[in-house]
Design a binder for this molecule. Structure first.
Ligand code: MIG
Length: 687
């Protein structure tokens, strides 16, 4: 059951697809209070209550015990104490012995989620805007809650199948030659590869929709050449448009009046990579159409995937903030500087970035009405994603394109995926990536992943290997790193054979993982989910923080610690462990419900599978287009005949019908009897 409550005058966000009448009775489950415009919901928590949701945020799968703020932020160097990340996903589920409900705040402004932070037994949620639609969802199970939420907000984005391949990326690839070398090294070393991201270095002075003619002389030809090798180029696009008369996107944006305005009606400007930029008003349909049309030449050149960045929007500085800082410096210059003045000065300079004052100083136009940016701040990235997705649909309505964004809001899950932003090459960020995945899924973002190996600082070989082992199961499997950090391509390391075999396992599993993903997406299900979904009665499972469920019958439990030679795993039921070393070399070990120590050397990683749930492995290949998805080895812990519905399609249909793409894989009963591992069926199938 979904109930809607309206407060004040909400600004349309495009987050919800279901139109419901607003209720007039009091909001259930919460005490509501209002002070000024601000609206606060309060609820006492029982000791066993878990809170799931909030998508992209730090800390555990269970969000209880910390304070989070919905305020999309460019937070390079985020840690466990960072309250806001790049996206705001305002859906939170309360799950406990007496509760199973969710709330969604359709509110693009600042929201505070004090989830047992100020008082451990109380959740206090505050909307600063006070203008919002509040949805209360109530169902019998977590699975049904997730489904209801997707019914409310729409089907998750479907990427093309090639996007499930391995993608190599690095900030700093500066020429066609360099990209060719990177791709060539993967091929030479037998590391499967489907895409290479082009970061801002491909652009002419970081200007969107341009490219450096010296370094990338002919992007059309380059893209076509790479595609012959079954490798796609995936260029980055940033939110800001450089303010530069004569630069076509600026000229057309200016002529159309498509940029965000200051109160006096002039264009708001702030510096980002290209220098001083204007910011498209993505809330306007005509501005989205204009911005989207700028992708067309690249689409015509054969590009089939993009990543959208800096769309919180990140602001390096505005003229006003810089002047202010200089004024303070001048005041102090030559004077007697005490420590307070000095800190004030430091803060004035540090604060020129992403300054709250700047976010209050410009306006959007929503249905012709001016709306101050801070009221709708968290919508910006999602509206950019929308502009891009709408452009794809106009360009070719019969095709799926790859798109992932840094900033997002619920609603954007229909138009693209996201990556988790600028993580670091830290073991703690490996764990954070795992913990974020089920909550992203709960908020609709099935297609997601983190920068494998970590973006900031220098990776170590073992950390990259362990990141990749988690990456095998992430829909977006991308290795990405920052300029000036240690080079992080697999082939640079002495244990390259280990990592190559890990990526090869991804490709062997790819038809199966793709099938699991598509089935989840097309049934409003969860590709990743907390264990609580499957084992709501099992207290241990409900509170598990380092293992997650995958697809219909799998569970993953990656190694998350340096120098570990294994880990403890809790099995809520009897399962089969597949311990991979390569697609050809793995152990099949039936394990009983309970606690287990699992040996996992650096080259090993496990997949756990429920009884009677087959896993299918294909022979693999160096790209998704070269995979043979007709010959499989199926493995399953069972003592009877079992079947699996394998989802297969052309990888490109934007609106596939689930039932039309299912092939039944049957593992005969005698496969179990005659197997080398008692109780485990191993079958070769041609489908
Ligand atoms: O201010 O384009 O998160 O993935 O490599 C940094 C350069 C801008 C931030 C993105 C990162 C990307 C980088 N960008």
């Amino acid at each position: 059951m979904i109930r809607k409550y309206t407060f004040g005058t909400p600004i349309p966000t495009d987050a919800v697809v279901l139109s419901l009448p607003a209720e007039t009775d009091p909001v259930p489950f919460f005490t509501l209070s209002q002070s000024g415009k601000q609206m606060t919901l309060t609820r006492k928590l029982s000791p066993e209550d878990c809170l799931f949701g909030l998508g992209e945020s730090v800390r555990g799968i269970n969000k209880r015990g910390f304070l989070y703020r919905s305020w999309n932020s460019d937070v390079f160097n985020h840690t466990e104490s960072t309250e806001s990340l790049y996206s705001s996903h305002n859906f939170l589920v309360f799950f406990g012995p007496e509760s199973c409900f969710g709330i969604y705040l359709d509110d693009p402004g600042r929201i505070t989620w004090d989830l047992g932070y100020t008082q451990t037994d109380t959740a206090v949620i505050t909307s600063e805007n006070g203008d919002l639609d509040l949805y209360v969802l109530e169902e019998d199970s977590l699975t049904e809650l997730a489904r209801a939420f997707r019914r409310l907000t729409g089907r998750s984005y479907l990427p093309p199948r090639w996007a499930f391949g391995y993608i190599q990326s690095r900030w700093g690839y500066a020429s066609e030659q360099e990209v060719r070398t990177v791709a060539g090294e993967h091929r030479k070393h037998g590391i499967p590869l489907d895409g290479v991201c082009l970061d801002i270095d491909y652009m002419d002075n970081f200007k969107n929709f341009t490219w450096r003619k010296d370094a990338f002389p002919d992007l059309n030809r380059f893209s076509a050449d790479m595609k012959k090798e079954h490798i796609r180029l995936i260029p980055i696009i940033d939110a800001g448009i450089k303010e530069e008369p004569g630069y076509a996107p600026y000229d057309s944006g200016k002529a159309g009046g498509f940029f965000c305005k200051k109160e006096d009606g002039t264009d708001f400007t702030a510096a980002v990579w290209p220098g001083v930029c204007c910011f498209p008003d993505f809330m306007r349909e005509d501005a989205r159409r204009w911005f989207g049309s700028l992708y067309t030449p690249l689409l015509e050149a054969g590009v089939e995937g993009f990543w959208n960045d800096m769309n919180e929007p990140a602001l390096f500085y505005t003229e006003e903030r810089v002047q202010e800082a200089f004024r303070r410096a001048e005041e102090l210059c030559g004077g007697n500087v005490d420590y307070e003045a000095m800190w004030g000065l430091k803060n004035a300079f540090n604060g020129i970035e992403n300054n709250p004052e700047d976010y209050r100083s410009f306006f959007h136009s929503a249905d012709g009405q001016p709306v101050r940016h801070d009221k709708v701040h968290n919508l910006y990235g999602a509206s950019m994603t929308r502009a891009t997705a709408e452009a794809f649909r106009r360009f070719d309505p019969d095709k799926r394109f790859l798109l992932f964004s840094r900033s997002s809001f619920i609603g954007a899950h229909r138009n693209g995926g996201i990556w988790q932003g600028d993580n670091f090459s830290w073991w703690s960020h490996l764990k954070m990536a795992l913990q974020m995945l089920p909550n992203l899924n709960l908020c609709g973002f099935l297609f997601s992943g983190c920068d494998l190996g970590g973006f900031g600082c220098n990776v170590t070989e073992d950390l990259l290997a362990r990141f990749l082992q988690l990456g095998v199961f992430m829909p977006l499997m991308r290795n990405h790193s920052a300029l000036h950090t240690r080079e992080q391509e697999i082939y640079r390391f002495s244990s390259l054979d280990i990592m190559r075999d890990t990526v090869r396992v991804r490709y062997a599993l790819l038809p199966f993982l793709y099938s699991e993903f598509m089935k989840a997406a097309l049934t409003n299900g969860m590709y990743f989910r907390p264990l609580a979904f499957d084992y709501p009665e099992d207290r241990r499972a409900v509170h598990t923080e380092d293992q997650i469920m995958l697809g219909e019958g799998c569970m993953i439990a990656p190694v998350l610690e340096q120098n570990a030679v294994g880990r403890h795993v809790y099995l809520p039921e009897d399962m089969l462990m597949i311990r991979f070393r390569s697609p050809e070399d793995y152990d099949l070990i039936p394990l009983d419900r309970g606690d287990h120590w699992i040996d996992l050397s650096l080259r090993e990683f496990p997949l756990f599978v429920k009884k009677d749930h087959p896993v299918l492995l294909c022979p693999g290949g160096e790209s998704t287009e070269l995979l043979d998805d007709h010959i499989f080895t199926a493995v399953c812990r069972t003592d009877r005949e079992v079947t699996y519905d394998l989802y297969r399609d052309d990888g490109s249909d934007p609106d596939p019908v689930l039932s039309q793409h299912l092939t039944k894989a049957v593992l005969p009963a005698d496969a179990a009897c005659s197997s080398a591992v008692p109780g485990v069926a191993i079958s070769s199938l041609v489908l």
